[in-house]
Design a protein around this ligand. Structure first.
Ligand SMILES: [Zn+2]
Length: 372
């Protein structure tokens, strides 16, 4: 995107409902690209629109269905292998049921460190589990990490699983993490949008929102990262229930959001709130509705990340957490930058999780060493 005018032209394209476009990356800034999934039936119209308005474009994925088929076949192969070898492959994508049963295994393996807490049920009545890493005490200063609030961002949930395992296995051997867990707790919500995640496996791999019914509309679901009570209904969110960024009828209308709000507020001693998304390779902090690149101040931030102001949208979780006084509130956008987008090949899960761990660990150490 070259200028503000082009941003507006692309925003107009986004509200052109009949073309059924799926904006993977919204037009928000001239610093960032815009990625759009275009149905075959709208292809010539979209190309013409871009040509007439002098908006340059290139094709990243020619045939998305091919990638989806390959991903599905690979998951099935992996599932058979895991059953045969009774193992869990951290470099693979898994169903909700498999992740939930893996959580049980982790708790059983590390009973003195990890516990599983149900924070409530989803709209479709699935339990929402938080993994709590704690070496004792009560309501110690805590760090929150959620993954998968947007269900189709599969590398986010997979990174959450890898990270939970990393924390459990490194406690007692990694001196820094050990000292952290001796004074602080870590809470991880691996499937922040369980209904959406189940739906990406059963029906629509590209599903992003919750699955709640919107009264008066045939379209289901609310964007759970436009639903928080922070600038609710402002820029970057849609009032149209059929939009992928629909903010919902009211702030905290979504039970999945409410469950997190209740846990965080009931606890009252969270010092950091980290939300993990994909894709774009960014680290964002509150808040506001525009993006500005800022000079990097953090020492150990992996070079693949650039730091951006805010989630580029209203009603986001980190704006809410910051507003209630959680100073260290950040959101990650993991790999990639658009080559595969949401269909990131599973052989990139472990590299993604490993590089993200460097940043997560540094953030957590900073929180530990700068109490407030
Ligand atoms: Zn997201």
């Amino acid at each position: 995107v070259q200028n503000e005018e082009q941003i507006e032209l692309l925003q107009a394209l986004e509200s052109q409902e009949a073309w059924e476009l799926d904006f993977w990356l919204d037009p928000v800034s001239t610093e960032l690209p815009v990625d759009i999934r275009v149905p075959r039936s709208s292809l010539s119209s979209v190309k013409e629109y871009l040509r007439v308005n002098n908006i340059a474009y290139s094709v990243l994925i020619n045939n998305l269905q091919e990638l989806l088929n390959a991903e599905k076949a690979e998951m099935e192969m992996n599932q058979m292998k895991e059953r045969r070898t009774r193992s869990f492959n951290f470099g693979a994508y898994h169903s909700l049921e498999t992740i939930y049963s893996w959580m049980d295994t982790l708790v059983a393996q590390y009973p003195n460190l990890v516990s599983r807490q149900e924070i409530g049920k989803s709209y479709e009545n699935r339990p929402m589990y938080v993994l709590k890493f704690s070496t004792g005490g009560s309501k110690r200063p805590a760090i929150w990490i959620d993954t998968g609030i947007h269900s189709r961002e599969w590398v986010s949930q997979a990174t959450g699983v890898w990270t939970a395992n990393k924390i459990a296995t490194d406690y007692g051997t990694d001196a820094s993490l050990t000292s952290l867990l001796n004074t602080m707790d870590i809470y991880m919500l691996l499937l922040a949008n369980p209904d959406g995640y189940a739906y990406t496996h059963s029906n629509d791999r590209m599903w992003r929102k919750t699955r709640s019914i919107n009264s008066g509309s045939v379209c289901r679901g609310v964007d759970p990262n436009r639903n928080w009570d922070a600038g609710f209904g402002g820029p970057g969110a849609s009032r149209n229930p059929c939009s992928d960024s629909y903010h919902g009828p009211s702030a905290h209308s979504e039970i999945e959001v409410r469950n997190v709000v209740n846990l965080i507020q009931g606890h009252g001693n969270f010092k950091s709130f980290i939300s993990v998304h994909a894709y774009s390779q960014l680290l964002m902090y509150p808040y506001g509705y525009s993006c500005e690149k800022v000079k990097l101040k953090m020492k150990v931030l992996p070079s693949y990340l650039i730091l951006l102001l805010s989630d580029q949208a209203s009603g986001g979780s980190i704006d809410w957490s910051y507003n209630i006084g959680i100073k260290y509130s950040y959101a990650f956008e993991l790999r990639d930058t658009g080559r595969y987008g949401f269909i990131l090949p599973s052989n990139q899960i472990i590299p993604t999780a490993s590089e993200t761990w460097l940043a997560l660990k540094h953030l957590m150490e900073y929180v530990r060493d700068h109490p407030y």
